[in-house]
Design a protein around this ligand. Structure first.
Ligand code: FES
Length: 323
């Protein structure tokens, strides 16, 4: 694990936002400075008998001394979301951070925020910050059903018609081409949602010739170009051959096999968990937002916390890691 300072905290309150999304209000034992929008909090969780960590985007700056997160219970969760949903008010927690790999740059001529599903969480904080700064922005928020639009009503009350919602139920889809075309030169876009949404934004952004650094992503690392399947990782230097099951990340499988790894975000953002690819007889499904598309195309490295392999295995080295 990355060098992390853990702090005791208490779950002050929790309530359902939707049938599968829960709001948690966390009170740290030591009050921190307000967190910039895009920040996430590390939370120590138990997956069965095994301690682990998960990171969750903050819904606001926590200027009142409370950290608010929203957690979606995933049907095929590795256990983190089920653990968080099982917590009751008063529960003792260990938290780290906040940290930020998805920072918002103020002072731009315009902003487009695009959220898919639970991807609303970091963009909620950004929308509040932009609104407070009086910046020109739109927040496009898509979900499967109206009921899935957690936080939409509260956001609407704060930012009014800057929020536009889209659901399959209403047969309304985000027109990414029109949304990006409507941005002023020099404006920025921030996207957090499923892989397909990020790919669409990336493609349109590139087609319009806008500078790559003006488009920022955050991911959940839960989806890629290919379906999730088990695969094998070989590490010749350590004489190890490790099977990564379908319900475990490559990082988790390496750690469980005693391979020394470092990590922070576990969401494909910070790049700390990367390893060198020596050979791949399967297809590497890069699911991170740390590497550029050009870097991914070289298949020289991958982020083990989110990326996977399909149709075969992979041979790696971890020489730049602890083990
Ligand atoms: S731990 Fe941050 S990219 Fe994997």
């Amino acid at each position: 694990m990355a060098q992390t300072d853990w702090l005791p905290a208490r779950l002050r309150a929790t309530r359902a936002l939707t049938p599968d999304i829960r709001l948690l209000e966390i009170e740290p034992s030591v009050r921190g400075a307000p967190a910039p929008p895009g920040s996430h909090l590390g939370v120590a969780v138990m997956i069965g008998e095994r301690p682990d960590t998960r990171s969750y985007s903050l819904l606001d700056s926590g200027a009142d001394g409370l950290y608010r997160i929203a957690v979606k219970r995933l049907a095929h969760s590795r256990g983190g979301s089920a653990y968080m949903h099982g917590l009751e008010a008063g529960a003792r927690l260990s938290i780290s951070g906040p940290r930020n790999h998805f920072g918002l740059t103020l002072g731009k001529p315009g902003y487009l925020l695009v959220a898919g599903g639970i991807g609303i969480t970091p963009l909620h904080a950004m929308a509040l910050a932009l609104h407070q700064a009086g910046a020109p922005f739109r927040l496009l928020y898509a979900a499967r059903t109206r009921q899935d639009l957690a936080l939409a009503d509260a956001l609407q009350a704060r930012i009014g018609d800057r929020l536009e919602t889209f659901t399959d139920e209403d047969h309304r889809r985000i027109d990414m081409t029109a949304a990006i075309a409507g941005l002023a030169p020099g404006a920025e876009a921030y996207v957090c949602g499923p892989f397909g949404m990020m790919e669409a934004a990336r493609r349109v952004w590139a087609e319009t010739g806008r500078p790559a650094q003006g488009l920022r992503f955050e991911t959940f690392g839960t989806g890629g170009r290919h379906a999730t399947e088990a695969f094998t990782v070989r590490i010749p230097r350590l004489s190890k051959e490790i099977v990564v099951p379908r319900n475990q990340t490559m990082l988790e499988a390496l750690e469980a096999a005693g391979v020394g790894m470092i990590h922070d975000c576990r969401r494909g953002e910070c790049g700390l968990c990367t390893v060198t690819i020596l050979a791949a007889d399967g297809t590497v499904d890069h699911r991170d937002v740390f590497f550029s598309e050009a870097q991914k195309a070289t298949n020289a490295q991958l982020c083990t916390c989110v990326s996977r392999v399909v149709g075969g295995g992979i041979t790696i080295d971890t020489a730049d890691r602890a083990g």
